[in-house]
Design a protein around this ligand. Sequence first.
Ligand code: 6PG
Length: 244
Amino acid sequence: MPQLLITEPATFAEVAAGEIASRLRSALARRERALLALAGGSTPRPVYRELARGSGLDAGEWARVDFFWSDERVAAAGAGSNVTTAVRELLGPLAILERRIHRPVLAGSVDDCARSYECAIRAAVPGAAADRPRFDLVLLGVGEDGHTASLFPGFLPEAERAVVATESPWPPRERISFSYELLAAAREVLFLVSGSEKAAIARRLLEEADSETDLPAARVARAATSVTWILDRPAAGELTSRAP
Ligand code: 6PG
């Protein structure tokens, strides 16, 4: 059963950071390393800042976390890239060692980038050579069209790929993204949704999504082992009930 947390805007970052830290701490209690896939977009920025500020783990715990990205904008080098945002807001302030940061190498065609990132993930994730890599926690945002990571409505990914090349309907168009299968293999998925502009899609995803709904975020939520939604009150503004 998905968990739904609704926060005031002023506490969204703090609550989300606390939930992330708690899940990472649980993963570290079971295994030497925790595998975390970061979300892109703007919603996570204050959450990353809050995690770096000190509401998260201690330095020894952070040193046991491996950081990945659930998607990246291939042509958005610099300011617009998801890697740049996370390094600026989280990984830099925490002084995370480079060997714990698994950033996509954006060279060649978009499919080359997807294939090379899949290889890098399989090399970095224990036991993932033969099977689907299993992340402890994947953070995801949601677009107003119901996309998540860079899986957009109408996108028909190749089966058996862990990382896929996709195309966004708006710039930067060329993307790489965790596939549905890779997202479904995660131990926990945490959706971060804030702002009144997300209220309509949040209602569709949390109150209308069923087996027929082909919205990417709904498909991921249905397939994931454990799903938590964290919404601020404006994003929850059209929900008619609390239970997802
Ligand atoms: C990206 C993200 C994407 C994002 C949503 C929400 O690279 O754009 O991975 O899936 O999470 O588009 O974006 P905002 O948080 O900026 O609303």
